[in-house]
Design a protein around this ligand. Structure first.
Ligand SMILES: *Cc1c(COP(=O)(O)O)cnc(C)c1O
Length: 408
Protein backbone atom coordinates (compact mmCIF):
# COMPACT_ATOMS: atom_id res chain seq x y z
CA UNK A 1 0.00 0.00 0.00
CA UNK A 2 1.31 3.45 -0.79
CA UNK A 3 2.18 5.91 1.99
CA UNK A 4 -0.98 7.87 2.85
CA UNK A 5 1.11 10.75 4.23
CA UNK A 6 3.04 11.54 1.06
CA UNK A 7 2.05 9.53 -2.04
CA UNK A 8 -1.54 9.31 -0.85
CA UNK A 9 -1.88 13.06 -0.45
CA UNK A 10 -0.37 13.78 -3.84
CA UNK A 11 -2.28 11.11 -5.76
CA UNK A 12 -5.54 11.52 -3.91
CA UNK A 13 -8.50 10.83 -6.18
CA UNK A 14 -9.84 14.10 -7.57
CA UNK A 15 -11.82 14.40 -10.75
CA UNK A 16 -10.81 17.53 -12.65
CA UNK A 17 -13.07 19.16 -15.23
CA UNK A 18 -13.08 17.18 -18.49
CA UNK A 19 -9.92 17.76 -20.51
CA UNK A 20 -8.04 19.50 -17.71
CA UNK A 21 -5.49 17.83 -15.47
CA UNK A 22 -2.87 19.68 -13.39
CA UNK A 23 -1.03 19.20 -10.09
CA UNK A 24 -3.43 21.34 -8.07
CA UNK A 25 -7.22 20.97 -7.85
CA UNK A 26 -9.33 23.90 -8.99
CA UNK A 27 -10.64 26.50 -6.58
CA UNK A 28 -14.41 26.89 -6.46
CA UNK A 29 -15.93 29.85 -4.67
CA UNK A 30 -19.58 30.21 -3.84
CA UNK A 31 -22.09 31.32 -1.31
CA UNK A 32 -24.98 30.71 -3.72
CA UNK A 33 -25.19 27.35 -5.45
CA UNK A 34 -27.77 27.07 -8.26
CA UNK A 35 -30.37 24.32 -8.20
CA UNK A 36 -31.63 22.96 -11.52
CA UNK A 37 -35.30 23.20 -10.46
CA UNK A 38 -37.63 23.70 -7.50
CA UNK A 39 -37.89 19.99 -6.81
CA UNK A 40 -34.10 19.76 -6.41
CA UNK A 41 -34.09 22.82 -4.13
CA UNK A 42 -36.81 21.28 -1.91
CA UNK A 43 -35.04 17.93 -1.81
CA UNK A 44 -31.83 19.49 -0.53
CA UNK A 45 -33.00 20.03 3.07
CA UNK A 46 -30.37 17.77 4.60
CA UNK A 47 -27.17 19.75 4.67
CA UNK A 48 -25.04 16.71 4.06
CA UNK A 49 -22.47 15.92 1.40
CA UNK A 50 -24.92 14.21 -0.97
CA UNK A 51 -25.15 17.41 -2.98
CA UNK A 52 -24.17 21.06 -2.96
CA UNK A 53 -26.69 23.36 -1.29
CA UNK A 54 -24.86 26.46 -0.11
CA UNK A 55 -21.22 27.52 0.03
CA UNK A 56 -21.19 27.33 3.83
CA UNK A 57 -21.95 23.61 3.74
CA UNK A 58 -19.39 22.60 1.17
CA UNK A 59 -17.91 23.30 -2.25
CA UNK A 60 -15.82 21.00 -4.48
CA UNK A 61 -12.77 22.77 -2.99
CA UNK A 62 -13.61 22.27 0.69
CA UNK A 63 -14.78 18.71 0.07
CA UNK A 64 -11.46 17.91 -1.61
CA UNK A 65 -9.48 19.11 1.40
CA UNK A 66 -11.83 17.30 3.79
CA UNK A 67 -11.32 14.06 1.87
CA UNK A 68 -7.53 14.47 1.98
CA UNK A 69 -7.40 15.20 5.70
CA UNK A 70 -9.67 12.20 6.36
CA UNK A 71 -7.24 10.03 4.35
CA UNK A 72 -4.20 11.49 6.12
CA UNK A 73 -5.65 10.77 9.56
CA UNK A 74 -7.08 7.38 8.68
CA UNK A 75 -10.64 8.56 9.22
CA UNK A 76 -13.72 8.29 7.05
CA UNK A 77 -15.27 11.75 7.39
CA UNK A 78 -13.88 15.22 7.90
CA UNK A 79 -15.27 18.69 8.54
CA UNK A 80 -13.30 21.90 8.11
CA UNK A 81 -13.65 24.71 10.65
CA UNK A 82 -12.39 28.33 10.61
CA UNK A 83 -9.58 27.59 13.11
CA UNK A 84 -8.26 24.79 15.29
CA UNK A 85 -10.04 26.35 18.24
CA UNK A 86 -13.29 26.57 16.26
CA UNK A 87 -12.94 22.84 15.57
CA UNK A 88 -12.55 22.22 19.31
CA UNK A 89 -15.62 24.38 20.04
CA UNK A 90 -17.60 22.61 17.31
CA UNK A 91 -16.92 19.24 18.98
CA UNK A 92 -17.91 20.55 22.42
CA UNK A 93 -21.08 22.25 21.24
CA UNK A 94 -22.14 19.25 19.17
CA UNK A 95 -21.68 16.66 21.91
CA UNK A 96 -22.44 18.44 25.19
CA UNK A 97 -25.59 19.86 26.77
CA UNK A 98 -26.60 21.31 30.14
CA UNK A 99 -25.84 18.83 32.92
CA UNK A 100 -23.02 17.13 31.02
CA UNK A 101 -19.36 17.18 31.99
CA UNK A 102 -16.21 17.30 29.86
CA UNK A 103 -12.79 16.12 31.08
CA UNK A 104 -9.69 18.02 29.95
CA UNK A 105 -6.03 17.07 30.56
CA UNK A 106 -3.94 19.37 32.77
CA UNK A 107 -1.53 19.97 29.86
CA UNK A 108 -4.23 20.70 27.26
CA UNK A 109 -4.03 23.43 24.66
CA UNK A 110 -4.93 26.41 26.90
CA UNK A 111 -7.89 27.82 24.94
CA UNK A 112 -9.65 24.43 25.13
CA UNK A 113 -9.78 24.86 28.91
CA UNK A 114 -10.71 28.54 28.56
CA UNK A 115 -13.67 27.49 26.38
CA UNK A 116 -14.89 25.20 29.15
CA UNK A 117 -14.31 27.78 31.90
CA UNK A 118 -15.60 30.83 30.08
CA UNK A 119 -18.35 29.56 27.78
CA UNK A 120 -19.47 25.99 28.47
CA UNK A 121 -19.86 26.76 32.18
CA UNK A 122 -22.42 29.44 31.29
CA UNK A 123 -24.55 26.80 29.56
CA UNK A 124 -24.57 24.45 32.56
CA UNK A 125 -21.80 22.23 31.19
CA UNK A 126 -19.17 21.46 33.81
CA UNK A 127 -15.57 20.35 33.38
CA UNK A 128 -12.83 18.68 35.36
CA UNK A 129 -9.10 18.79 34.76
CA UNK A 130 -7.39 15.38 34.94
CA UNK A 131 -3.76 14.38 35.30
CA UNK A 132 -2.65 13.57 31.75
CA UNK A 133 0.07 11.26 33.05
CA UNK A 134 -2.11 9.22 35.43
CA UNK A 135 -4.75 6.99 33.81
CA UNK A 136 -6.17 6.11 37.25
CA UNK A 137 -6.94 9.79 37.83
CA UNK A 138 -8.86 9.94 34.55
CA UNK A 139 -10.71 6.73 35.47
CA UNK A 140 -11.71 8.21 38.85
CA UNK A 141 -13.16 11.33 37.25
CA UNK A 142 -15.36 9.64 34.63
CA UNK A 143 -18.95 9.64 35.88
CA UNK A 144 -22.41 9.17 34.41
CA UNK A 145 -22.32 12.88 33.53
CA UNK A 146 -19.08 12.61 31.54
CA UNK A 147 -19.99 12.92 27.86
CA UNK A 148 -16.64 13.91 26.37
CA UNK A 149 -12.99 13.30 27.24
CA UNK A 150 -10.26 15.32 25.54
CA UNK A 151 -6.91 13.65 24.89
CA UNK A 152 -3.80 15.45 23.72
CA UNK A 153 -0.43 14.00 22.73
CA UNK A 154 2.06 15.40 23.30
CA UNK A 155 0.75 17.87 25.88
CA UNK A 156 0.83 21.57 25.12
CA UNK A 157 3.97 23.46 26.22
CA UNK A 158 5.39 20.67 28.42
CA UNK A 159 5.16 17.92 25.78
CA UNK A 160 4.51 14.98 28.11
CA UNK A 161 3.36 11.99 26.11
CA UNK A 162 0.40 10.28 27.82
CA UNK A 163 -0.50 6.60 27.77
CA UNK A 164 -2.83 7.19 24.81
CA UNK A 165 -3.69 3.53 24.35
CA UNK A 166 -4.76 3.10 27.98
CA UNK A 167 -6.70 6.39 27.86
CA UNK A 168 -8.55 5.44 24.67
CA UNK A 169 -9.27 1.95 26.02
CA UNK A 170 -10.64 3.43 29.25
CA UNK A 171 -12.96 5.77 27.35
CA UNK A 172 -14.18 2.90 25.18
CA UNK A 173 -14.76 0.63 28.20
CA UNK A 174 -16.69 3.36 30.01
CA UNK A 175 -18.66 4.29 26.89
CA UNK A 176 -17.49 7.92 26.76
CA UNK A 177 -16.66 9.67 23.49
CA UNK A 178 -13.01 10.67 23.37
CA UNK A 179 -11.71 13.44 21.16
CA UNK A 180 -7.99 13.74 20.50
CA UNK A 181 -6.27 17.02 19.72
CA UNK A 182 -4.00 15.61 17.03
CA UNK A 183 -2.27 18.85 16.02
CA UNK A 184 1.15 17.72 17.31
CA UNK A 185 0.95 14.36 15.53
CA UNK A 186 -0.41 15.99 12.36
CA UNK A 187 -1.63 12.61 11.11
CA UNK A 188 2.03 11.63 10.68
CA UNK A 189 3.50 10.66 14.06
CA UNK A 190 0.79 8.15 14.95
CA UNK A 191 -2.59 6.95 13.76
CA UNK A 192 -5.32 8.60 15.84
CA UNK A 193 -7.91 5.95 14.99
CA UNK A 194 -5.57 2.98 15.29
CA UNK A 195 -3.14 3.51 18.14
CA UNK A 196 -2.47 -0.15 18.88
CA UNK A 197 -2.59 -1.63 15.39
CA UNK A 198 -5.88 -3.34 16.28
CA UNK A 199 -8.29 -0.47 15.70
CA UNK A 200 -8.27 1.11 19.15
CA UNK A 201 -8.25 4.88 18.89
CA UNK A 202 -10.01 8.16 19.42
CA UNK A 203 -13.60 8.71 18.29
CA UNK A 204 -12.82 12.19 17.00
CA UNK A 205 -9.53 13.72 15.87
CA UNK A 206 -9.18 17.49 15.86
CA UNK A 207 -6.32 18.99 13.89
CA UNK A 208 -5.28 22.65 13.76
CA UNK A 209 -4.47 22.83 10.04
CA UNK A 210 -3.07 26.25 10.98
CA UNK A 211 0.13 24.43 11.98
CA UNK A 212 1.88 21.89 9.75
CA UNK A 213 -0.78 21.34 7.03
CA UNK A 214 -0.80 25.06 6.21
CA UNK A 215 2.92 25.30 6.84
CA UNK A 216 3.09 28.99 6.08
CA UNK A 217 2.13 30.70 9.30
CA UNK A 218 -0.48 32.55 7.25
CA UNK A 219 -3.69 30.46 7.43
CA UNK A 220 -6.11 29.68 10.24
CA UNK A 221 -8.11 26.46 9.84
CA UNK A 222 -9.19 23.37 11.74
CA UNK A 223 -10.41 19.89 10.88
CA UNK A 224 -12.64 17.41 12.70
CA UNK A 225 -12.18 13.83 11.53
CA UNK A 226 -14.20 10.75 12.50
CA UNK A 227 -14.69 7.16 11.41
CA UNK A 228 -18.27 6.94 12.66
CA UNK A 229 -21.00 8.22 10.31
CA UNK A 230 -23.52 8.97 13.07
CA UNK A 231 -20.97 10.93 15.11
CA UNK A 232 -19.92 12.80 11.98
CA UNK A 233 -23.58 13.71 11.31
CA UNK A 234 -23.92 15.20 14.83
CA UNK A 235 -20.76 17.25 14.33
CA UNK A 236 -21.89 18.38 10.90
CA UNK A 237 -25.32 19.49 12.13
CA UNK A 238 -23.67 21.58 14.84
CA UNK A 239 -21.26 23.12 12.33
CA UNK A 240 -24.15 24.09 10.04
CA UNK A 241 -26.07 25.67 12.93
CA UNK A 242 -23.01 27.56 14.15
CA UNK A 243 -22.32 28.90 10.68
CA UNK A 244 -18.68 27.80 10.66
CA UNK A 245 -17.25 28.16 7.16
CA UNK A 246 -13.80 28.45 5.60
CA UNK A 247 -12.58 30.64 2.75
CA UNK A 248 -11.74 28.97 -0.56
CA UNK A 249 -8.40 30.79 -0.84
CA UNK A 250 -7.33 29.50 2.55
CA UNK A 251 -8.39 25.98 1.56
CA UNK A 252 -6.36 26.36 -1.62
CA UNK A 253 -3.30 27.39 0.42
CA UNK A 254 -3.58 24.25 2.55
CA UNK A 255 -4.16 22.03 -0.49
CA UNK A 256 -1.03 23.50 -2.04
CA UNK A 257 1.04 22.83 1.10
CA UNK A 258 -0.17 19.28 1.76
CA UNK A 259 2.11 17.46 -0.70
CA UNK A 260 5.16 18.70 1.24
CA UNK A 261 3.63 18.07 4.68
CA UNK A 262 5.62 14.92 5.45
CA UNK A 263 8.89 16.48 4.25
CA UNK A 264 8.41 19.64 6.31
CA UNK A 265 7.36 17.65 9.39
CA UNK A 266 10.40 15.37 9.11
CA UNK A 267 12.74 18.34 8.63
CA UNK A 268 11.40 20.16 11.69
CA UNK A 269 11.50 16.87 13.63
CA UNK A 270 15.20 16.31 12.84
CA UNK A 271 16.11 19.89 13.77
CA UNK A 272 14.14 19.79 17.03
CA UNK A 273 15.78 16.53 18.16
CA UNK A 274 19.22 17.87 17.36
CA UNK A 275 18.61 21.16 19.16
CA UNK A 276 16.90 19.50 22.13
CA UNK A 277 19.97 17.29 22.60
CA UNK A 278 22.18 20.37 22.38
CA UNK A 279 20.02 22.16 24.98
CA UNK A 280 20.36 19.15 27.30
CA UNK A 281 24.12 19.85 27.43
CA UNK A 282 23.68 23.52 28.38
CA UNK A 283 24.16 24.38 32.08
CA UNK A 284 21.35 26.98 31.96
CA UNK A 285 18.66 24.35 31.50
CA UNK A 286 17.54 22.02 34.28
CA UNK A 287 15.36 19.87 32.02
CA UNK A 288 14.68 19.41 28.31
CA UNK A 289 11.23 18.20 27.27
CA UNK A 290 10.87 16.30 24.00
CA UNK A 291 8.99 12.99 23.90
CA UNK A 292 11.61 11.30 21.69
CA UNK A 293 14.38 12.01 24.23
CA UNK A 294 14.96 9.19 26.70
CA UNK A 295 14.10 10.48 30.17
CA UNK A 296 11.51 12.98 28.91
CA UNK A 297 8.10 12.48 30.58
CA UNK A 298 6.12 9.85 28.70
CA UNK A 299 9.02 8.79 26.45
CA UNK A 300 7.96 5.13 26.75
CA UNK A 301 4.39 5.99 25.69
CA UNK A 302 5.75 7.94 22.71
CA UNK A 303 7.80 4.88 21.74
CA UNK A 304 4.73 2.70 22.07
CA UNK A 305 2.50 4.56 19.59
CA UNK A 306 5.04 6.51 17.53
CA UNK A 307 8.25 4.52 17.35
CA UNK A 308 6.27 1.29 16.90
CA UNK A 309 4.88 2.68 13.70
CA UNK A 310 8.43 3.35 12.52
CA UNK A 311 8.75 -0.34 11.70
CA UNK A 312 6.35 0.28 8.84
CA UNK A 313 9.12 2.39 7.29
CA UNK A 314 6.70 5.01 6.15
CA UNK A 315 7.92 8.57 5.74
CA UNK A 316 7.13 10.61 8.83
CA UNK A 317 5.97 7.71 11.01
CA UNK A 318 7.78 7.10 14.27
CA UNK A 319 8.11 10.80 14.24
CA UNK A 320 7.71 13.80 16.51
CA UNK A 321 6.73 17.37 15.82
CA UNK A 322 9.44 20.05 15.76
CA UNK A 323 8.70 21.21 19.31
CA UNK A 324 10.78 21.07 22.45
CA UNK A 325 10.73 22.91 25.74
CA UNK A 326 13.30 23.63 28.41
CA UNK A 327 12.99 24.42 32.11
CA UNK A 328 15.49 27.14 32.94
CA UNK A 329 17.48 26.65 36.15
CA UNK A 330 16.01 28.63 39.03
CA UNK A 331 19.26 30.56 39.54
CA UNK A 332 18.45 32.51 36.37
CA UNK A 333 16.09 35.45 36.83
CA UNK A 334 13.03 36.27 34.76
CA UNK A 335 14.91 39.33 33.46
CA UNK A 336 17.75 37.08 32.25
CA UNK A 337 15.35 34.70 30.55
CA UNK A 338 13.57 37.63 28.90
CA UNK A 339 16.95 38.98 27.76
CA UNK A 340 17.76 35.56 26.27
CA UNK A 341 14.49 35.57 24.29
CA UNK A 342 15.02 39.15 23.14
CA UNK A 343 18.59 38.36 22.05
CA UNK A 344 17.47 35.57 19.69
CA UNK A 345 17.62 36.67 16.07
CA UNK A 346 16.36 33.69 14.05
CA UNK A 347 13.90 32.42 16.68
CA UNK A 348 11.01 34.89 16.66
CA UNK A 349 8.68 35.51 19.61
CA UNK A 350 5.25 34.33 18.58
CA UNK A 351 2.44 31.84 19.09
CA UNK A 352 1.50 28.93 16.89
CA UNK A 353 4.05 26.79 15.01
CA UNK A 354 4.44 24.64 11.91
CA UNK A 355 5.61 27.43 9.61
CA UNK A 356 9.03 28.14 8.12
CA UNK A 357 10.26 30.38 10.96
CA UNK A 358 11.52 29.05 14.30
CA UNK A 359 9.71 30.41 17.34
CA UNK A 360 10.09 30.73 21.09
CA UNK A 361 7.56 31.55 23.83
CA UNK A 362 8.25 31.86 27.59
CA UNK A 363 5.59 30.36 29.86
CA UNK A 364 4.79 30.66 33.56
CA UNK A 365 3.46 27.22 34.45
CA UNK A 366 2.34 28.45 37.88
CA UNK A 367 -0.36 30.47 36.15
CA UNK A 368 -1.36 27.62 33.80
CA UNK A 369 -1.55 24.46 35.90
CA UNK A 370 -3.52 23.56 39.01
CA UNK A 371 -0.23 22.39 40.61
CA UNK A 372 3.41 22.11 39.58
CA UNK A 373 3.73 18.68 37.92
CA UNK A 374 5.92 16.31 39.97
CA UNK A 375 7.82 15.17 36.86
CA UNK A 376 9.00 18.71 36.00
CA UNK A 377 11.89 20.68 37.44
CA UNK A 378 10.91 24.07 38.78
CA UNK A 379 11.72 27.13 36.73
CA UNK A 380 10.63 29.25 33.81
CA UNK A 381 9.58 27.19 30.79
CA UNK A 382 10.58 28.11 27.25
CA UNK A 383 8.79 26.40 24.37
CA UNK A 384 10.71 26.29 21.09
CA UNK A 385 9.49 25.26 17.68
CA UNK A 386 11.90 24.50 14.86
CA UNK A 387 11.11 26.02 11.51
CA UNK A 388 12.84 25.09 8.28
CA UNK A 389 16.11 26.99 8.80
CA UNK A 390 19.44 25.14 8.89
CA UNK A 391 19.73 23.64 12.41
CA UNK A 392 23.40 24.76 12.60
CA UNK A 393 22.28 28.39 12.28
CA UNK A 394 19.57 27.83 14.88
CA UNK A 395 22.07 26.32 17.31
CA UNK A 396 24.43 29.27 16.83
CA UNK A 397 21.51 31.62 17.50
CA UNK A 398 20.69 29.84 20.79
CA UNK A 399 24.36 29.91 21.79
CA UNK A 400 24.84 33.64 21.15
CA UNK A 401 21.61 34.49 23.01
CA UNK A 402 22.62 32.40 26.04
CA UNK A 403 25.95 34.22 26.10
CA UNK A 404 24.29 37.63 25.69
CA UNK A 405 21.97 36.90 28.64
CA UNK A 406 24.81 35.64 30.85
CA UNK A 407 23.38 32.12 30.82
CA UNK A 408 26.10 30.29 28.87
C1 LIG B 1 -2.69 25.88 17.58
C2 LIG B 1 -3.41 24.79 18.26
C3 LIG B 1 -4.80 24.76 18.29
C4 LIG B 1 -5.67 25.87 17.73
O1 LIG B 1 -5.43 26.20 16.44
P1 LIG B 1 -5.86 27.67 15.89
O2 LIG B 1 -6.05 27.44 14.44
O3 LIG B 1 -4.75 28.59 16.24
O4 LIG B 1 -7.13 28.03 16.58
C5 LIG B 1 -5.40 23.69 18.91
N1 LIG B 1 -4.69 22.71 19.47
C6 LIG B 1 -3.35 22.71 19.48
C7 LIG B 1 -2.61 21.60 20.14
C8 LIG B 1 -2.66 23.75 18.88
O5 LIG B 1 -1.34 23.76 18.91
Amino acid sequence: MSDPASTGLIHHPYVPPAGFEAPQPGVFKASTVFFPNVAALRASEGKDKSGYTYGLHGTPTTLTLEARIAALEGGAHCLLAPSGLAAIANVALALLQAGDEVLIPDNAYGPNLALAQGQLARYGITHQIYDAMNVADLADRISARTKLVWLEAAGSVTLEFPDLIAQARLCRTRGVICALDNTWGAGLAFKPFDLDGAGLGADVSVHALTKYPSGGGDVLMGAITTRDAALHARLQRARARLGFGVGANDVEAVLRALPSLALRYATADRAARELARWCAAQPAFAQVLHPALPGSPGHAHWQQVCAAAEAAEVVGRGAAAGLWSVVVRERHTQAQVDAFCDALRLFKLGYSWGGPVSLVVPYDLNAMRPAWPAHLSRGIVLRFSAGLENPRDLQADLAQALAAAGMA
